[in-house]
Design a protein around this ligand. Structure first.
Ligand code: FAD
Length: 518
């Protein structure tokens, strides 16, 4: 009855009705896990938004997740957001007066290594952190996934809902290209196992699907033998065209021993600024950056290619030196501005964790992060450098400004991930850290600078896509998905017809269930 009156009641009455529905639902749900109805407002890593869920559910597994979604679908307005580790920037994992499912308690539900048709995989929980997957794979089996993110305190379900990109993606593709099977709870509340061969439409919808089609409760991830060590190298360029030529040269050499195992890069400011400038480059505190090696005509910003070569303890040091010398010999960096350290593979992959500890100690980990991530086509990247890095961002962003090439051929077009059309495109990540005592106006300035950058790309017809996209209107989402929008909408209608899931992405409005009577 209440639902039938919906059109005639003011918005805040609908809100209180949602609270009543959630309350009834929470009392009647028979879960193995727990429900917290006193949860305070949720925040994410971005720190720009705050939303208050009506209840936070800590599921014990897929069955609990299914029960919650089914119950929400019988209510008139309730929505459900899966929260991985809440490392989104713009509230994507939040829900306003709906149900938040915290996936972290499911982290240990799955961990099994198996060999299938000659390849080795590990089955892991959607709520597991990649850093824990790494540690268990290495400690128990000497194995490791092939494709990573730079930072590993992110959940398997969270990164697979986006793409999962780092310096290995040029060779193996994003994390979404390294998964063979998923267990998903759809927006209909059905638990479905899917893969390229079985329920393939759901499988490809969910990969990069921004949480719109189902909640990932298990993923089967391709693994390989883990190396013992990594030689981590940084080399400096003053000329953007030489930097991109070398980066593209390395990522397109796919043969064994033909390139490094990890290729990334970043832009830094040509100054002694401790965060944005020369001091951000050296890898070893004993090896400083000597600006005397820079040519006099060096511009306002400089470029650093970041490389990693895997090796084993059994390899002779001179063999590693020889390979590195041969690979670096092809590159045109400033020879005296080369930095390197040797560290274990695990320490290499956990490098950002150390930066996190440092940032936490300085208080900047918990302040707002108006980050901007995008993919920009190769043909537009030189102009992006001229107009954006050299002008708009010439003083830096208070954190890393990543830029490295990726190959479209390594991305599966059947997934929901959107990339530029060109074969080679660049990941550009402006990882802004705001000072501890920064006020709202300073944060707003950073947000508006992001807008200015995106506007520049639009106005100049760049072939680009936002990564970890964030839009406010359906028109903008249509633009983002371009020719794939219709397919995205059809997939939504098929797997989450009431638009219950991932409301924080602001793509679809919940379809109100006018027949329900709580
Ligand atoms: P959340 O932020 O909790 O969720 C993200 C979205 O996925 C939400 O819509 C949520 O509802 C949905 N979701 C969460 N869990 C599931 C699930 N199990 N099933 C279905 N949907 C789900 N990204 C890269 O690609 N490469 C990087 O190198 C990289 N580095 C980063 C470094 C830092 C310090 C941070 C903060 C982020 C970084 N990211 C990187 C971005 C990161 O991949 C995304 O923010 C990711 O969404 C965060 O994962 P999470 O587990 O915290 O997900």
């Amino acid at each position: 009855m209440i639902a039938c009156l919906e059109r005639f009641v003011p918005e805040n009455d609908i809100e209180s009705k949602a609270a009543v529905e959630a309350s009834i639902m929470c009392k009647t749900l028979d879960l193995q896990g727990s429900i917290d109805r006193t949860a305070s407002a949720d925040k994410d890593f971005g720190g720009l938004y705050s939303r208050r869920p009506l209840a936070v559910i800590r599921p014990s597994g897929a069955d609990d997740v299914a029960r919650v979604i089914k119950a929400a679908s019988l209510s008139s307005t309730l929505t459900v957001a899966a929260r991985g580790n809440g490392h989104s920037i713009n509230g994507q994992a939040m829900v306003d007066r709906g149900l938040l499912i915290n996936m972290r308690p499911t982290e240990n539900n799955h961990f099994k290594v198996e060999k299938i048709n000659g390849s080795t995989y590990v089955d892991v929980s959607g709520g597991a952190l990649w850093e824990d997957v790494l540690k268990r794979c290495i400690e128990e089996y000497g194995l490791a996934p092939r494709s990573w993110t730079d930072y590993l305190s992110l959940t398997v379900g969270g990164t697979l809902s986006n793409a999962g990109v780092s310096g290995q993606a040029f060779r193996y593709g994003p994390q979404t290209a390294n998964v063979a099977e998923l267990e998903v709870v759809t927006g209909r509340g059905e638990v479905v196992v899917c893969s390229e061969k079985k329920n393939c439409e759901l499988f490809f919808s969910v990969l990069g699907g921004l949480g719109q089609f189902g909640i990932i409760t298990r993923a089967r991830v391709l693994v390989q033998s883990a190396p013992d060590m990594v030689r981590w190298i940084r080399v400096v360029y003053t000329e953007f065209d030489e930097f991109t030529r070398d980066a593209e040269f390395l990522v397109t050499r796919q043969g064994d021993g033909e390139s490094f195992d990890y290729v990334e890069g970043f832009v830094f400011v040509n100054s002694d600024d401790p965060v944005n400038g020369w001091p951000s480059v050296p890898l070893d505190p004993d090896h400083g950056f000597d600006p005397a090696h820079l040519p006099r005509n060096a511009d306002s910003v400089l470029y650093c290619l970041e490389l990693g070569l895997h090796y084993n303890n059994s390899d002779h040091p001179s063999t590693v030196d020889t390979v590195v010398k041969r690979l670096l010999g092809w590159l045109r960096f400033i020879k005296k501005l080369k930095f390197q350290v040797d560290l274990s593979y695990v320490d290499f992959l956990l490098r950002v964790k150390r930066a996190e500890e440092h940032a936490k100690a300085n208080g900047i980990w918990d302040s707002p992060h108006p980050w901007l991530n995008m993919f920009v086509a190769k043909s537009d990247i030189a102009e992006f450098n001229e107009a954006i890095f050299k002008k708009i961002l010439k003083d830096g962003v208070g954190g890393p400004m990543l830029i490295y090439p990726l190959l479209r051929s390594k991305w599966d077009n059947r997934t929901s991930v959107m990339t530029p059309k060109e074969d080679v495109f660049y990941l550009v990540a402006l990882l802004r850290f705001s000072p501890t005592r920064s006020n709202g106006a300073e944060v707003e300035k950073m947000v508006s600078q992001n807008r200015q950058i995106v506007d520049y790309c639009v106005q100049n017809g760049f072939d680009y896509k936002l990564y970890l996209p964030h839009y406010q209107t359906e028109e903008q989402w249509k633009e983002h998905f371009g020719g794939k929008w219709e397919r995205f909408v059809e997939r939504k209608a098929c797997y989450d017809p009431m638009a219950i899931l991932a409301p924080g992405q602001k793509i679809f409005e919940r379809i109100r269930n006018i027949s329900c009577n709580p």
